[in-house]
Design a protein around this ligand. Sequence first.
Ligand code: PRP
Ligand code: URA
Length: 207
Amino acid sequence: MSVTVLNHSLIKHKLTNIRKTQTTTKDFYQNVNEIAGLMAYEITRDFPLKPVEIETPICKSVQYELANEVVIVPILRAGLGMVDGIRSMIPTAKVGFIGLYRDEETLEPHEYYAKFPETVKNSIVLLVDPMLATGGSASSAITMLKKRGCKDIRYVGLVAAPEGVRTLQKDHPDVPIYLAALDEKLNENGYIVPGLGDCGDRLFGTR
Ligand code: PRP
Ligand code: URA
């Protein structure tokens, strides 16, 4: 399935802001949300519409609304940093949650939480996580969503390593991947190069 790296000057500018070491927690969180909102605007460009009959102050008219419900599913924790930005573009979206953490030595993902709206399986699911490194977390999250019957899943991330893209394409060839940047590689500790460091820690001020 397709990999789309969104080509937008504002996205590139804000991504540069969050890559800088000196960016504060407040500015980091704000820029991540702004990038997520801009990405949502681009990704939803061709979402299916349905005709609806409405009444303007002047006359009856047939206009268009989104045909499908949208569910945003952040992978905890770092995915939480993208939710508000996407909701500012799609305020009717519901939100589910997947709790996963990467074991720092084996880099294997471990599941600790899952909660979804009842409508998730018939919705367009935007699975969001800023970082696609080995791809293990995103691949496990997609497997969890598919087990719950989700059929239309789209992965939305900020920065990816080629290794993570390859893993997702191999494990879930039906899931389109949307990115703000495709970086060079993973380093020996499983961090994306040049990347932006530990996204969860930088979003929430932890270490
Ligand atoms: C980070 C990131 C992804 C994952 C990516 O989360 O937010 O979920 O690593 O790595 P992968 O592609 O190799 O699986 P982390 O496990 O550090 O948890 P956190 O969001 O709670 O900090
Ligand atoms: N998770 C992060 O937060 N950053 C990386 O570079 C890789 C995984």
